[in-house]
Write a protein that binds this ligand. Sequence first.
Ligand SMILES: [Zn+2]
Length: 312
Amino acid sequence: MKNECSIVRDLLPLYVENMVSAETGEFVKEHLEGCGECREEYERMKEPQVREESRDAKGNREAAAPLVALQRKLGRKKVQTVLCTVLFVVALLVSAFSVLSAPVYIPYDEELFTITENEDESVTIVFDERVTDYECSSDAHIGWVGVEPCYEIKAWSTLWNKWIFKKDQQFVVIHKVTGEDFSVYYASNDGSENVCVYGEPVTDGGIVTLPRLTLNYYFLIAAVGVVVLLAIWWIVRKKAIVKVWVERALFYPISYCVAHVIVEGFGSSTYSAGRDFMLIIFLSIVIYGGVLLARSIYRERKEIKALTERNE
Ligand SMILES: [Zn+2]
């Protein structure tokens, strides 16, 4: 409270002269309402005589220079605080979205879907109600001479679709493209062999859809970045200007690692790398912005404190 009083006292001459911004005016007004001592000082300063005196004594604007700087800092701090809060709220929402929309793949069982052959030689696959999303991709076998086309199906649900938004029954129709018979595999995405659910198996051996490891490499690169930048920071820690830039750079790989853990958890592999990567990049940028702002607010606060103390 005492700190706020001294800021308000510094601002009072400007406030009396109506030289403060609307925001600062609001801040001073609020304080005056709750603080008798400052209000007394304000009443005293409002008297025309005192105003003249203080103008003569201080040369008005010149004397107000450090106060104007202080006022500017207070305004900037306020804007930054609002922005920072917004960024962290966005980060929280994106994290929640990421968790709610993460695909939970459904392992194969016989009741998971029914397959019917249609008259035009296409095939319709109707999923049961556990499935809220699916992907049906044809792999490279299509178009290869002498190799029959092969489709891979994966099916999943999300917490969002399970709890909040129920979807209609999902189905997919697969047409004969090349005129050749085709086969359909179901990928459980849990490390087990894919199951041939329609047509003839394309190989004698089993097929396993493997998780994508790309994101783990990115995480590793970011982690190495953190270590390298920390080392550089240690070397330049006494050169204030360089240090600031190293710190700014350092916060990005840290934000990336945090975003990775939020999106991926501590799991080691993902079957939905594209989606996850977009989320991680977006989230890391939001977190990075928030951290930079928080840091700037902290510095602003220190400077305001220093300015106030100098004016006392
Ligand atoms: Zn006060």
